[in-house]
Design a protein around this ligand. Structure first.
Ligand SMILES: Cc1cc2nc3c(=O)[nH]c(=O)nc-3n(C[C@H](O)[C@H](O)[C@H](O)COP(=O)(O)OP(=O)(O)OC[C@H]3O[C@@H](n4cnc5c(N)ncnc54)[C@H](O)[C@@H]3O)c2cc1C
Ligand code: SF4
Length: 536
């Protein structure tokens, strides 16, 4: 039997975007439902994952260990010359979404990131300026609880300070990497983190215990520990876990959504949610996929919001090339997260020539899989035995980068592969341009110079270009017109009065910064657009 539900707002996706939006809209007293495909994770589940990670001597136990991600998005990718570069799939289905296992780097965009077409001739401009976004970034930092400092000389202007002071630099950052960067004229500065450096709104300060994915103390922000409990206490909000949206239904005139057709995964009971407004907050892959799956036989034959043929185009993600240094002396151990990053190459380079990138460094200790499956490890062009590895690792450090990519990826439906409900999965094809490849090449020039400056014995080759799949974005971009994107600057889908999107899929372009602070800022801005100042 089909269940029916009538609400004011139907939000699909219980990740950071969906739960922040719900918690702000809830102040209106209106009835809200959050539809979430995945399950709830308990503190007991978290403790079990933590001990599983400890038993295997590595930190690879994860919330989605039992989920086959390729069943929902096959790895399908190619570079410009059709060499296959795998796009991985690290998103997490569950109440709290991918931020359950994120690293919590809360970097802001820089002003130029939002105007790359005008300033440098590639990518797409945002229909928002940095000044328009900045107040929302500040609110998002407070909402999430971000620790950060004022020592970043490359940052764009901020209207107020971080809600918490920055974490102190680790031994390695303070004594080895910081001075080496300084010798090359690069400022290494604190890394804004969604990890409390002092007690914050009921959260413990960081206790430096190095299990950040599961964070026993609760210092690291996780949606299920901060926003979900508040929502669970509100009489006007329901979070429906294990309920999967299958399609949105358009009305007879094609200008509104009239229902969300969903299924309870335990017993396959159909559930129809009728709402005044619908918001998709399903992440960078599932948001565009749902607009495609909801194509109707009439006004929206090519998918919702796709009158300009923009849906699924410009899919983007970061590249993360890295190098490993054998520093030749003990580098200390990792705090659990990198304390120093540098935005130097976001601010000083000529972006027409080379993509911008962030660099961050850490002792390699506890970073690589030295678990029971690992019997050898390739680095420094040699294969080390596990015994050698245990001996050498305390003096190894990594320098990783997060590089901007122009965004020539395409996301489409793959009719040859179906999910467990029978719907085509999303297929992602990335294409690397020569310009995209210049950032890893730049790292190849920089690494030996840094090695020399820190007196390192050796430095590895730059790792092969790969997409770790942390930041899928761009496939439902915001724009002034449907010829350039899928939703307008207020995140309303073109041609549909009551359908909104909030995800990094709405980013017209992604600079080198990780996206989540900006996603949260857009969620807060959307709540205010929908409900006015009362949502603040
Ligand atoms: C390992 C890792 C580390 C990261 N570290 C950082 C970092 O340091 N800094 C940073 O800024 N970002 C980081 N990220 C990225 C960050 O986690 C994401 O940008 C962010 O969590 C996205 O939030 P979201 O709410 O937009 O989407 P998601 O968290 O993906 O939430 C979408 C939700 O929608 C649900 N959903 C999907 N389909 C359906 C359906 N059909 N019906 C109902 N519900 C559905 C999903 O189950 C999911 O819960 C990291 C990501 C990974 C994987
Ligand atoms: S080091 Fe990581 S796990 Fe430990 S308290 Fe800090 S954030 Fe949490």
């Amino acid at each position: 039997m089909t269940e029916e539900m009538h609400v004011d707002y139907c939000i699909v996706g219980g990740g950071i975007a969906g739960v922040i939006l719900a918690s702000k809209l809830a102040a209106s007293g209106k009835k809200i439902v959050v539809v979430e495909h995945g399950t709830r994770f308990s503190e007991a589940d978290r403790a079990a994952m933590l001990s599983r990670g400890q038993e295997t001597l590595n930190d690879y136990a994860d919330y989605n260990d039992d989920v086959d991600a390729s069943a929902t998005t096959p790895h399908s990718s190619a570079s410009a010359d059709d060499e296959v570069i795998e796009w991985s799939n690290q998103r997490l289905f569950g109440v709290g979404g991918t931020a359950l296992h994120f690293e919590g780097i809360m970097a802001r965009p820089v002003e130029d990131d939002l105007r790359v077409r005008t300033l440098y001739g590639y990518g797409r401009d945002w229909p928002l300026t940095y000044d328009e976004l900045e107040p929302w970034l500040l609110r998002a930092e407070r909402e999430i609880g971000v620790a950060g400092g004022t020592d970043n000389p490359y940052a764009s202007a901020r209207s107020d300070s971080f809600p918490m002071p920055a974490h102190e630099f680790s031994y390695f950052d303070r004594e080895i990497m910081g001075p080496a960067m300084q010798a090359l004229g690069i400022v290494g500065h604190s890394c804004p983190r969604a990890i409390a450096s002092v007690p914050y709104r009921g959260r413990s300060q960081c206790l430096a215990c190095r299990a950040c994915k599961f964070c026993p103390s609760g210092a690291r922000y996780s949606p299920d520990r901060v926003h979900v409990p508040t929502l669970d206490d509100l009489p006007n909000v329901s979070i429906l876990d294990n309920v999967s949206l299958r399609r949105l239904e358009t009305g007879p005139r094609g200008d509104r959504i009239i229902a969300a057709q969903a299924i309870r995964s335990e017993d396959e009971t159909p559930l129809v949610v009728m709402a005044d407004r619908f918001v998709l907050a399903m992440g960078g892959v599932e948001t565009p996929r749902m607009l495609m799956l909801s194509a109707d036989g009439d006004t929206h034959q090519a998918g919702l919001g796709n009158m300009g043929g923009q849906l699924g185009r410009w899919f983007n993600d970061h590249l993360n090339p890295y190098v490993t240094f054998d520093v030749g002396r003990h580098v200390g151990s990792r705090l659990g997260f990198e304390t120093m990053i540098s935005d130097h190459f976001r601010a000083t380079g000529d972006r027409r020539e080379t993509p911008s990138f962030i660099i961050f460094t850490a002792p390699a200790m506890d970073w690589f899989p030295i678990g029971i499956e690992a019997t050898s490890w390739t680095t420094q062009n040699d294969v080390l035995s596990l015994a050698d590895l245990r001996q050498s690792l305390p003096q190894f450090a990594t320098l990783a980068t997060m590089t901007e990519v122009e965004g020539h990826g395409v996301l489409e439906l793959d009719d040859s592969v179906r999910d467990s409900f029978g719907s085509p999965v999303a297929k992602v094809t990335m294409r690397l341009t020569d310009w995209d490849r210049r950032a890893p090449a730049k790292l190849g020039e920089l690494a030996p110079q840094l090695a020399e400056a820190m007196g390192a014995a050796n430095v590895s080759e730059v790792s092969a270009a790969s997409y770790p799949g942390f930041h899928p974005s761009g496939a439902t971009a915001m724009a002034y017109s449907p010829d350039d994107g899928v939703c307008d600057p207020d995140l309303q889908v073109f041609g549909l009065d009551n359908l909104y999107l909030v995800s990094n899929s709405v980013f017209p372009h992604m600079g080198a910064n990780p996206p989540t602070l900006t996603i949260a800022a857009l969620a807060l801005r959307l709540a205010t657009h929908l409900e006015g100042e009362s949502a603040l």
